[in-house]
Structure formats: C-alpha cells, structure tokens
Write a protein that binds this ligand. Structure first.
Ligand SMILES: [Zn+2]
Ligand SMILES: [Zn+2]
Length: 134
C-alpha cells in the first residue's frame, strides 16, 4: 500500500498504518501507544508526521466529530458515515445511506461536482442506553 502511494516504506509508517488498521477510529494518543508497544520509543512528533503524510497520500482518513479529538481510520474512499455515541463517544461505521457516493443529493448543488456527503449520526450506543434505562 505504501509503495502504491509512492511513499517510502519506513518502520514508523508501517507501524502506524497497521495500528490504524487494527484500531479503526483510534485517536492520536492511542495510536502512539500501539506504535510504541510495537517499535519501542517513538516521538509524538514522528507519529503526528506519519499520520499527516498517510492522510495526505489518501491511505488514512481523518475524522473529527464535533466535541471529539481527531481520529483516524484505514477505511478510505468509500464515503461511509459514522454514528457517534453522545455519552461515551464510541464510533461505528455506517455504510453509504443509499448506494454510492455521495449518497445524498443536495437540493441545490450550486454547480459543484459533489463527491462526498459528510454525515454524522448521533445517539446513544447500546451500552449507554442500557445504563440509562436501568
Ligand atoms: Zn456510549
Ligand atoms: Zn469509519
């Protein structure tokens, strides 16, 4: 994947990519934790730089729901959406609402060629709604 994106293959890049694969929607701090468990001491800055490079190359997607820190995922390019728990902040993937991207037709596209609709569904996850009702 790194080679296809014309990025040099380095151990931090491979480690960050596989950390995000294994932990979708992880924030930077948890990614740093996983990478350190794998490679030993790696600086925050190094991980930030790798996350930025991989996101710019289209290998990672950065999402930032309001009220949350930035999170990263390796599922890119399919215009999927997210459902976020208002209480604990857990995030899950939701496929395109209807078929293919952008999956929502703007009432007025203002002449733009629209390729993405960013939708966040908000609610309570099963764990939190159970805790509330008991
Ligand atoms: Zn929750
Ligand atoms: Zn996702």
């Amino acid at each position: 994947m790194l080679r296809e994106a014309a990025l040099r293959v380095t151990r931090p890049r491979v480690a960050v990519l596989s950390a995000v694969h294994a932990h979708p929607h992880a924030d930077t701090d948890s990614i740093i934790g996983v990478v350190r468990a794998d490679l030993g001491e790696v600086s925050h800055q190094a991980v930030y730089d790798v996350l930025r490079a991989l996101t710019a190359a289209g290998l990672l997607r950065r999402i930032e729901p309001p009220g949350s820190v930035a999170r990263y995922e390796a599922r890119v390019g399919d215009n999927h959406h997210h459902v976020v728990c208002r209480s604990c902040g857990v995030i899950a993937d939701v496929d395109c609402a209807v078929g293919t991207a952008p999956c929502l037709t703007a009432s007025d596209d203002h002449g733009f060629a629209i390729d993405e609709a960013e939708v966040i569904y908000w609610g309570l996850c099963p764990g939190c709604s159970t805790a509330l009702s008991s």
